[in-house]
Design a protein around this ligand. Sequence first.
Ligand code: B16
Ligand code: MG
Length: 212
Amino acid sequence: MKFKGVIFDLDGVICFTDKFHYQAWKKLADRLGIEFDEKINDRLRGVSRMASLEIILEKSARAYSDAEKESFAAEKNDAYRALLENMGKSDVSEEVRDTLSELRARGVLLAIGSSSRNTPLILEKTGMKQYFDAVSDGNNITRSKPDPEVFLKAAQFLNLAPADCLVVEDAVAGIDAGFSGGFRTAAIGEATNYDRPDYKLTTFSDLLKIVD
Ligand code: B16
Ligand code: MG
């Protein structure tokens, strides 16, 4: 078996919450009078909440204190969590569920490796917790992607070496994180335009050809 474990990024791989991130950041940016569009939002993929805020504030005419930044991040998160409340099982495709079930049936261990501190809420809302043997997320790391910490923790939770695991990512920062942690990587979505991943997925179920 080429891989004993597969570690999945959450947003942009298992489900799509980028539209909610966008709406919540947009609300904050509009209130502060800061320019923010979909192009800037693309730069926030896989990036932590505070690092995302710093990117948004690049367009701000004035500087803010750390306390103000903390309160902006909390304001955005409240708006984001309110949007997540509307998520349900239909926010994860049948293709994703079937592929995960098949990988489990083949004896492959599965984990989440997400920067998001809202991972537990998203997994609960979408009913996806049961598919994963371990969850490593923004709540158990101190360094965000492209640092490999979130994936190294996931491999540790699975009791597997990085060399035995495949990391599946939609963000360039996530592919870099996988690479520097000693994992092989598979890109989906945006990250397929990057030259570093070992594999590129046209569709999620392509994983079944890689992890055999
Ligand atoms: P939160 P991933 C990432 O999730 C998102 O892609 C990124 O846009 C977000 O800023 C980050 O989580 C932190 O999220 O504010 O919920 O802690 O792609 O690593 O699953
Ligand atoms: Mg992602």
